[in-house]
Design a protein around this ligand. Structure first.
Ligand code: UDP
Length: 303
């Protein structure tokens, strides 16, 4: 099968490239804004340096649209690029899919739920998003992208599956992308102070990247066109619990300190994964402790 992966040299995209290139012809396009060439070094993948906000014509049976800055620090550094990637870029992906009758798996996000008022989040929840806040470039960008996907499906029959990806961690994350897992691991490995934002009682549910990639692949095979699926590990931790777990795994003496909570930081997040479970059989297999051990080993060479 011929597979196009946009954002293929970013964090999740590069893991998809690695897995899918074992048995398929893979083309990766990336503008290298937040992705890195070295993430796909040595893989049997064709690399095209390209920004999806310019139209493109690439024949593929399947497209994974993974292109977008995704960490709060990066999407707030590049807000207009984030909005354009998820609007103009999304349109170019869908036009390409329409032309070549490709299936599309769209990397959406738990951020479409904003600061959720129902817990855990199910796919039929519409969310609670601040449209003018500091996270809106990403949240509203991804919400617009979902709408574009659904309307290309209804109007042109483009076969698109939406994956709402929850917090994910593993190798190939940038050490300075500001997300909590790379921050805590690098701080703990260097015995620096670990920066918990707010009181640390806010929660997230962390999925190891190999589980996540398996979920995306299963959705590409068994997901229903025009449907939305939560994809993440429902084991929920407070950020303080995560800090303590990282400290233990790194065998670190770091002191935990508290910084101000960023504006609009969601208080709770946990996916209800019954839909993907019944539709594809997927469920995560790697718990936080095991996933962190592998991730910490990788970060030792990077921090
Ligand atoms: N966070 C933290 N310390 C850090 C980085 C992040 O306490 O050094 C918190 C952040 O405020 C949020 C959670 O960890 O509550 C997850 O943040 P991240 O940026 O990884 O992703 P988000 O889920 O907010 O998109």
């Amino acid at each position: 099968m011929k597979i196009l992966i946009t954002g293929g040299s970013g964090f999740i995209g590069s893991h998809l490239c690695r897995k899918l290139s074992e048995n398929n012809e893979v083309i990766c396009i990336d503008n290298l804004l937040t992705g890195k060439r070295e993430n796909i070094k040595g893989l049997d993948v064709e690399f095209v340096e390209k920004d999806i906000t310019s139209p493109f014509d690439i024949k593929a049976d399947l497209i994974f649209n993974m292109a977008s800055p995704a960490s709060p620090v990066f999407y707030q550094r590049y807000p207009l690029e984030t909005l354009e990637t998820n609007s103009i870029g999304m349109k170019n992906v869908l036009e390409n899919a329409k032309r070549h009758r490709s299936r599309v798996v769209q990397a959406s996000t738990s951020e479409v739920y904003g600061d959720p008022k129902i817990h855990p989040q199910t796919e039929d929840y519409w969310g609670n998003v601040n449209p003018v806040g500091p996270r809106s470039c990403y949240d509203e960008g991804k919400r617009f992208a979902e709408s574009l996907c659904m309307n290309y499906k209804m109007k042109y029959g483009v076969d698109v599956v939406l994956a709402r990806i929850f917090n994910t961690y593993g190798s190939n994350m940038l050490k300075d992308d500001g997300r909590v897992v790379p921050n805590f691991i690098c701080q703990a490995l260097k015995n620096e102070k670990m920066t918990v934002y707010g009181n640390g009682e806010q929660t997230r549910s962390f999925c190891y990247v190999d589980d996540l990639v398996n979920g995306l692949m299963l959705l590409s095979e068994k997901g229903r066109g025009g449907e939305v699926y939560n994809l993440g590990n429902p084991e929920e931790y407070t950020i303080l619990q995560l800090a303590e777990e990282v400290k233990r795994v790194c065998n670190s003496d770091s002191e935990i300190i508290y910084h101000e909570l960023p504006e609009d930081d969601p208080i709770k997040r946990k996916p209800d994964i019954s839909k993907i479970k019944s539709g594809t059989g997927w469920e995560p297999k790697i718990g936080l402790n095991e996933g962190l051990k592998i991730t910490v080993e990788w970060f030792r060479g990077v921090c």
